[in-house]
Design a protein around this ligand. Structure first.
Ligand SMILES: Cc1cc2nc3c(=O)[nH]c(=O)nc-3n(C[C@H](O)[C@H](O)[C@H](O)COP(=O)(O)OP(=O)(O)OC[C@H]3O[C@@H](n4cnc5c(N)ncnc54)[C@H](O)[C@@H]3O)c2cc1C
Length: 493
């Protein structure tokens, strides 16, 4: 493995904060990029490629990457946030740009077999219900076809739960419920009841279905010991100068007009620019961690509050030695849907053999519940589930235990966006629309790829291209927006 220290400019690795103390409060830039995740770095690269170099990325953390967050656990670099390149490339078809960046920067990944390397368990131990699991794969596929047919006929959106019911797929016992969870909640981080039928299906198709312009149906998992984030940090290292990034700088107030944007940091520093691009997560926009002046218009606020910021939590455990399944994945069917259901062995020849690491993922409301509990209680519950899964094993005390509280984190307020059934495409336009010279981009503003790394990438690129056109005097068209989102038919009694 190559050492990143040799490849990256030191300031990207050193968690620099010099700028925050040296910038004069009246300093003015052409563009401020608020947030240094995938969208922010791609935005910076797009400006640079257009010869606009008077920009600054303002980032609250000490490094670039945002939700590409790695952590050293039991001696291994593991991923607390994004871990998979979801959809890569089929033949010479369209490529996922994250896949291309991973190849360019030699990020070590391995195919993760989500569907054919699974062991199933319930409260009584190992129980083979792979036939039910396979049915759930078919049910999910039927769901996306049904959703597509509704789009073609211009039928209204419904919940994905209604979609399952229309496809005559009912998950009425623990095995079918856990299997459905694996297909659905594990991806969207919310339940079928909470999710749009149409948007969840196109989210899947545009990424995985090559007939719909998707990349491919496989998932590559990063096992790179520099961290998955290295792909965006290396990319930034190719063009970013030290004076173009401020680390450890938290934005508290964004004041915008048609002439420019003024950003105030937590330490009181004010920075002006002709334009700004806000890439903060939907969750951050939904909270009062950052204030806007004037307050955002109603159409914008309605869009922000109507999309959902879902939570996806990976709970990592290390044991003195492996005592669990030999497959890559395992599914545990608890009587309570979503209770510690999806397990993944990192102590596997494809990932980190001999590491003694296994992790379990929870999502949505259950994630929020878990985040509110002390670590000790979560650990106790997780070990309790392992006792159910392995009744004949004396489960040792874990040697290490960790999980990230994404929902509570004021820099994220969740993991990624999920599209509820009451959200419409004009709402998405409004989420994405600029207000004066303040633009918005990130995974949540992507109509085709919301939730994904490649959604953040494409939005960082495309919204910045619109801004560049404006800067260049090629026309400052307002990004599409709808003042009032209306129903096709009035409500009548
Ligand atoms: C647990 C988890 C698992 C995931 N798994 C996958 C996966 O496997 N594959 C996939 O494709 N996607 C996955 N995702 C989603 C993916 O990580 C995101 O879509 C993507 O990283 C979002 O990038 P972004 O640039 O839009 O936002 P962010 O990465 O959130 O970037 C915004 C930046 O703004 C900064 N910021 C926030 N508030 C402030 C402030 N007030 N002042 C200054 N800076 C601030 C943040 O620190 C952050 O760096 C996962 C996410 C999570 C959390």
């Amino acid at each position: 493995m190559r050492s990143s220290t040799l490849l990256l400019p030191a300031f990207i690795l050193r968690f620099a904060c010099a700028y925050a103390t040296t910038v004069p409060t009246t300093h003015k830039h052409k563009v401020l990029i608020l947030g240094g995740g995938v969208a922010g770095v791609v935005a910076a690269r797009t400006l640079h490629q257009n010869d606009i170099n008077d920009f600054v990325i303002i980032e609250a953390q000490g490094e670039l990457g945002g939700r590409m967050k790695s952590h050293v656990f039991a001696g291994k670099t593991i991923e607390l946030g994004a871990n998979w390149i979801q959809g890569t490339q089929s033949g010479d078809g369209p490529a996922n740009p994250i896949f291309e960046l991973a190849k360019k920067h030699k990020v070590q990944t391995h195919f993760n077999d989500w569907f054919d390397s699974v062991t199933t368990y319930d409260q009584t131990g190992a129980v083979d219900f792979l036939d039910v699991f396979d049915d759930s794969v078919d049910n999910y596929s039927d769901l996306t076809v049904l959703a597509g047919a509704r789009v073609a006929k211009k039928l209204v959106d419904t919940t994905a739960r209604t979609g399952y019911a229309l496809g005559r797929a009912k998950a009425e016992d623990a095995h079918s419920s856990a299997s459905e969870y694996y297909q659905f909640d594990w991806e969207y981080a919310q339940t079928p009841e909470q999710s749009s039928l149409i948007a969840s299906s196109w989210g899947n198709n545009f990424t995985y279905d090559t007939d719909e312009g998707g990349f491919s149906d496989d998932n590559q998992m990063s096992i790179d010991q520099r961290g998955f984030k290295t792909l965006i940090q290396q990319e930034a290292g190719e063009f970013l100068k030290q004076e173009q990034v401020m680390f450890n700088a938290t934005v508290k107030l964004i004041s915008y007009t048609n002439n420019g944007v003024n950003v105030t940091l937590a330490n009181g520093t004010s920075i002006f620019a002709d334009y700004a691009l806000c890439t903060f997560s939907l969750g951050v926009l939904q909270h009062d961690d950052v204030k806007f002046e004037p307050v955002l218009p109603d159409y914008k606020e309605e869009a922000i509050q109507s999309m959902t910021m879902a939570t996806y939590t990976k709970i990592f455990l290390q044991f003195p030695e492996k005592f669990w399944f030999d497959t890559e994945m395992a599914l545990y069917a608890d009587p309570v849907r979503g209770r510690y259901p999806v397990w993944q062995s990192l102590d596997h020849e494809n990932f980190f053999p001999g590491s003694g690491i296994v992790f379990v993922t929870v999502t949505g409301d259950f994630s929020e519940r878990v985040e509110a509990l002390p670590d000790l209680q979560v650990k106790k519950e997780v070990i309790g589930v392992l006792h159910s899964m392995f009744p004949n094993v004396t489960i040792p005390e874990p040697t290490d235990f960790f999980f990230q509280r994404w929902h509570a984190d004021p820099l994220f307020r969740g993991s990624y966006s999920n599209w509820p059934p009451s959200f419409t495409t004009p709402h998405l336009d409004n989420l994405r629309a600029n207000v004066g010279r303040l633009y918005f981009a990130g995974e949540a503003t992507s109509i085709k790829y919301f939730g994904f790394l490649h959604g953040a990438y494409f939005e960082g690129l495309e919204v910045t291209q619109a801004m560049v056109k404006c800067i260049r005097g090629g026309g400052c068209a307002q990004l599409r927006r709808v003042d009032e989102v209306k129903t096709a038919y009035p409500y009548v009694v």
